[in-house]
Design a binder for this molecule. Sequence first.
Ligand code: BG6
Length: 369
Amino acid sequence: DKGGWSSFMAKEVSEEPEAVANTIRGRVHDGIVEIPELDGLDELFTDIDRIIVIACGTAAYAGMVGKYALEQWARVPVDVELAHEFRYRDPVIGARTLVVSISQSGETMDTLMAVKFAREAGAKTLSICNTQGATIPRESDAIVYTHAGPEVAVASTKAFVAQITALYLLALHVGRVRGALDAETIAAQVAQLEAVPEKIARVLATEQEHIEQFAHWMADTRSVIFLGRHVGYPIALEGALKLKEISYIHAEGFAAGELKHGPIALIEPGQPVFVMVPSPSSSPLLHAKVVSNIQEIRARGARIIAVAEEGDAAVLPFADEVLRIPLAEPLFEPLLAVVPLHIFAMGLATAKGLDVDQPRNLAKSVTVE
Ligand code: BG6
């Protein structure tokens, strides 16, 4: 039931605030993260020296965002790998490896086979999944469910923000169990996380119409580039994937720092480029670097669409369009910055008259390898 929305995707984007809130619920007590499903499983986190995150598609981008939090808060080295690449290259894993899989459906065959492979190699396994009782969680030593609710549209949206939320909760849980975090730091991060649903709701309330209009106006675009740095990089990849999936437009995401090592050659007059701009107050250094990237491509004629914090005036002279997100600490920006990109992809596909819920050639869960 679309509940009055024009598509499941529109409904699911509107549910992004609840997807985050419901994934946090019951897992925070007095400012401390305690995930009940992980009770008695401390050795999964204490007896390891590395984490490998495996997933496909959007879930893999959530994993890339999660890496920053797991390394910063839990101080464990993290690698993120596409599930289908993982088991065909003799990876170095064993009893001191925790393999964290991420899957909305819990049925993606590539991810399932990678989890089985990891278990057979003696690694510990934890599944982040949105579907109760699915196969991947059943094959794993531990489960952290995302509570995004059923996701029907093929392109993942609310599950993505729920996956990042679950990874952040996991990172704070592991950080506590491993003694890497003090209570004060955990409480501060929890407060930031708990503020996210209201901030996403604000993006939807203030930017949705503007972005949909803008997307309509961009309907003839043939190629879009997305740039991001740090946690903005996986968001750039997600923005590009969403556009490919549902609008059939050639789109690519790049790390902003990589621009000068190749992709800048693609910039010609009129090329639309979305730039995830880090917060000027909480990441001044990264902000300055990204603003200088904007100037470089602007000088070559790019049309800049900046996803920038409210009040960031530094982007104004160089941006053709500014999509605003509320203020947040760097690690929490992805949960906000992705929302305009989801709206944009949906708006553009709608403007082209496409079925946003059932894009051609794709299935919601891919149960073949
Ligand atoms: C793809 C879907 O086939 O599978 C993507 O089109 C999705 O939207 C990916 O991100 C992974 O799916 P899941 O269920 O494992 O998260």
